[in-house]
Write a protein that binds this ligand. Structure first.
Ligand code: NIG
Ligand code: FE
Length: 396
């Protein structure tokens, strides 16, 4: 297929953070699920000229969004806690009182496989329609071996929607209600990890005040690496507890949230080559200060953007909204935010076959109902996604 009429194409060709590699009046040739050729419409090689033509009519195109941090497999919702937080209660008070993550764990355990699959699939389908072609999905609302594995199996099943799923084991989300933390860490290492490893690509730990310590996290992630899993972390979200320094020490793929990261953390992450996956919709929904995205970027850290889709801190599915928040609330430029939501996300998940519109990349594309990518942060809340292509097929 030959796609023409692209007013502005984001290619991310160079791989340099923030360099969108824009081509004006562009064309893209797709063969099966792969991009075969990209360039100005005036240069289409002769061999591609009789391909089936799809004219997008002067719209902008960019790589499909890579949402590198979600907890999208959950049942129930926490709109009641959301309203309590708006009246002044804190997230940590609600969690310590047995609510928060624990209420979602109870609802998720109580849901049948069919119910859990249906609500999660609906989320994945809405994400795909809003331009997300690859999504990372964490477990973490099971907290027993069987419940954690069940969530990872539901996550795998979401590929039926067409979206690519990268499953992550997050048994170390919080210790199960009533469990002793040290005993729970042993359970994660001795029982959950061996059972979950074949269902996941990464292992994550919620290293924070009220969740797991740096020492717990070091043990769990070390064991996960021994099972051949990639490793990533929730770090410095609620308080500064040393998670970013551990992320750099272990050379994890990505340190996420980083709301309380310091310039020293930034220097360590940059020199260790750890991606910072930032979640501006989470701080927005929590009404807490944003992560220092500008400082991290300027310190040379590779930045990704993601939704953190979950029922507690960020019931957000839309990467265009995340791009808008990164620009308007975190001080990133439109170029940086669009790069971080596409190639940045691919780097966070260590995927080398996507995040670019380049020959040989997976044919994952977003066509905007707008002439340029700047319209994404400029028009927050307006659905600007005209069409979505996943692996060479129009899916939305
Ligand atoms: O990324 N920080 C830990 N986990 C989620 C919140 C989970 C929940 O509240 O249900 C997060 O913000
Ligand atoms: Fe999270």
């Amino acid at each position: 297929m030959l796609i023409t009429g692209i007013s502005q194409l984001v290619t991310n060709f160079s791989g340099v953070p923030g360099d969108l590699g824009i081509i004006r009046d562009a064309a893209v040739v797709i063969t099966d699920d792969t991009i075969a050729w990209v360039g100005p419409a005036s240069d289409i090689p002769r061999i591609h000229r009789d391909a089936e033509v799809f004219d997008v009519g002067g719209r902008a195109a960019l790589p499909g969004f890579v949402d590198a941090h979600t907890h999208l497999v959950f049942a129930g919702d926490r709109s009641d806690e959301f309203a309590r937080r708006l009246r002044g209660e804190s997230y940590e008070q609600i969690l310590a009182g047995g609510g928060g993550i624990h209420s979602t764990v109870a609802a998720t355990r109580a849901a049948s496989l069919l119910q859990l699959t249906a609500v999660s699939l609906a989320r994945a389908q809405r994400m795909l329609r809003s331009g997300t072609t690859t999504v990372e999905v964490k477990s973490g609302y099971g907290l027993t071996t069987d419940d954690e594995v069940r969530i990872l199996q539901v996550a795998e099943g979401l590929q039926a929607s067409g979206i690519s799923v990268v499953p992550t084991f997050l048994g170390a989300h919080v210790p199960d209600r009533g469990a002793d933390r040290a005993t729970y860490v042993d359970l994660v290492i001795d029982e959950m990890l061996p059972a979950a490893a074949s269902h996941a690509e990464f292992c994550d730990v919620f290293c924070d005040r009220g969740a797991f310590t740096v020492d717990d996290s070091r043990r769990i992630l070390g064991a996960a690496a021994g099972h051949g899993l990639g490793i990533r972390m929730h770090a410095e979200q609620l308080a500064h507890t040393g998670g970013a320094a551990l992320a750099a020490e272990l050379g994890v793929a990505s340190a996420d949230h980083l709301d309380h990261a310091t310039p020293e953390d930034a220097a360590a992450l940059a020199s260790a080559g750890v991606v910072a996956t930032l979640l501006p919709a989470s701080s927005f929904s929590m009404r807490s200060p944003q992560a220092p995205g500008r400082m991290l970027w300027d310190a040379g850290v590779t930045v990704a953007l993601a939704t953190d889709c979950n029922p507690g801190t960020s019931n957000v599915e839309s990467m265009p909204l995340v791009i808008a928040l990164a620009c308007l609330e975190m001080g990133m430029t439109p170029e940086e935010a669009v790069w971080a939501a596409t190639l940045g996300g691919a780097k966070s998940l260590q995927l080398t076959d996507r995040g670019r519109v380049a020959s040989g990349s997976l044919a994952d594309l977003v066509i905007l109902d707008a002439p340029s990518y700047e319209h994404i942060p400029y028009r927050p809340g307006t659905d600007l996604v005209s069409r979505v292509m996943k692996a060479g097929e129009w899916v939305g």
